[in-house]
Design a protein around this ligand. Structure first.
Ligand code: SF4
Length: 119
């Protein structure tokens, strides 16, 4: 049996994952999203990343960013290393890519603020 805390919403349901006769049985989830999360965790765990990148603008030396979709959990440190290499020289808007298709994962790193355009 494996115990897993669902991180999909703040409720944080504790789920139990059992196998019986080759069938996976998930209990403790309050909704279907928890079951989907548990299956994902057992097969191909994914996570999102929120971070910041450096900029070349004195009035806003860092800009908040996130990945546009979840990435494989085991690639988090690789993606963070790419994010840490960036020093923005252009003023981007919220939702615009800062890194396109990071590491070929099919996911962009995007700005989450308009602050560079607004100041
Ligand atoms: S199982 Fe549903 S209600 Fe419980 S934490 Fe996950 S998403 Fe939230």
């Amino acid at each position: 049996m494996r115990e897993l805390v669902c991180i999909v919403c703040p409720k944080g349901c504790t789920m139990h994952i059992d196998e019986k006769d080759g069938e996976t049985i998930i209990t403790g989830n309050t909704c279907k999203r928890g079951e989907k999360f548990a299956i994902s965790e057992m097969t191909e765990p994914k996570r999102t990343i929120c971070s910041t990148v450096r900029t070349s603008f004195d009035e806003m030396p860092v800009l908040p960013v996130r990945v546009s979709d979840e990435i494989p959990k085991d690639r988090i440190f690789d993606v963070m290393a790419e994010i840490n290499k960036v020093c923005l020289k252009e003023r981007v808007r919220r939702g615009e890519p800062v890194i396109k298709n990071v590491l070929g994962l099919g996911v962009d790193v995007i700005a989450t603020s308009d602050i560079l355009k607004d100041i």
